[in-house]
Design a protein around this ligand. Structure first.
Ligand code: HEC
Ligand code: HEC
Length: 170
C-alpha cells in the first residue's frame, strides 16, 4: 500500500520529495491523532454529561418498604390521597411536618401513625390475598383491593366498631 502510494508520488515528485513527504507524515501523524482523539473524548464526555443530567433521576422516594420502589409520583400521590380520604385526615396525620420551617419530611418514620399505616397496608393486602383470592390475584401477584382502607375506616381515623341501633329496632 505504502509503496504504491510512494510510486504514485514518484511520478510527480523527486525521490527526495516523496521521502520527505512520508517522513513528515509520520512525524505529524501522532499529533494529528492526538488532536482527533481529544476531540472525540470531548464529544463523548459532553454526551455522557448531557445524558447524565437529562435522563438520570435520583430515586424519588427514599423510604418505601411496601409500595414498589419504582412507583410513579402520580401513583404514589393517588394512594396517599386515598389514605387521607379513607381516614378523614391530612398528610400530617402520618407524616412529619416542621411547623416553624414549613417543611415536610415524608420519608421519616418518626410519626407512629405511619408505622401503623404500614401494618394496615400489609393487613389489607393479606386479607385480599387470603380471603378474596381471584385468578387475577394469583397471576399478577398484586392483590385485588376487595377490602380497602375505606371498607373499615369510612372516613374515620379509628373505625366505628359498634353498630348504631336505630330507634325502631328497640
Ligand atoms: C394513613 C397514613 C398516611 C397518610 C394520611 C399519608 N401518608 Fe404518605 N405514606 C404513608 C406510608 C405508610 C408511607 C410509606 C409506604 C411504604 O413504606 O411503602 C408513605 C409514604 C409517602 C411518601 C414517600 C416518602 C419517601 O420518600 O419514602 C410520600 C411522598 C408521601 N407519603 C406523601 C404523602 C402526602 C402528600 C400525603 C397527604 C396527601 C400523605 N402522604 C398522607 C402513610 C400515609
Ligand atoms: C379490617 C379493617 C381495617 C382495614 C381494612 C384498615 N384498617 Fe386501619 N384500623 C382499623 C382499626 C379497627 C383501627 C383502630 C385500632 C385501635 O383501636 O387501636 C385502625 C387504626 C388505624 C390507624 C391508627 C389510627 C389512630 O388514630 O391511631 C391508622 C393510621 C390506620 N388504621 C390506617 C389504615 C390504612 C392506611 C389502611 C389501608 C391500607 C387501613 N388502616 C385499613 C381497621 C382497619
Amino acid at each position: 500500500m505504502v509503496s504504491s502510494i510512494k510510486a504514485f508520488f514518484r511520478g510527480r515528485l523527486s525521490h527526495q520529495d516523496t521521502d520527505l513527504y512520508f517522513i513528515s507524515l509520520f512525524i505529524l501523524y501522532p499529533s494529528i491523532m492526538k488532536k482527533t482523539f481529544s476531540v472525540i473524548i470531548c464529544f463523548v464526555t459532553l454526551i455522557v454529561i448531557s445524558a447524565a443530567t437529562t435522563s438520570y433521576k435520583p430515586p424519588r422516594f427514599k423510604n418505601l418498604k411496601i409500595l414498589p420502589k419504582n412507583i410513579t409520583e402520580a401513583a404514589l400521590d393517588s394512594i396517599m390521597n386515598y389514605f387521607s380520604i379513607s381516614l378523614g385526615v391530612k398528610c400530617a396525620f402520618c407524616h412529619v411536618h416542621n411547623e416553624e420551617k414549613k417543611t415536610w419530611d415524608m420519608a421519616s418514620d418518626k410519626n407512629p401513625d405511619k408505622l401503623i399505616a404500614r401494618k394496615m397496608m400489609l393487613m389489607t393486602n393479606g386479607i385480599n390475598l387470603k380471603y378474596f383470592p381471584t385468578e387475577k390475584n394469583a397471576k399478577q401477584q398484586e392483590p385485588i383491593q376487595t377490602i380497602t382502607c375505606y371498607t373499615c375506616h369510612k372516613g374515620e381515623a379509628i373505625p366505628i366498631s359498634i353498630a348504631e341501633t336505630k330507634e325502631e329496632d328497640k
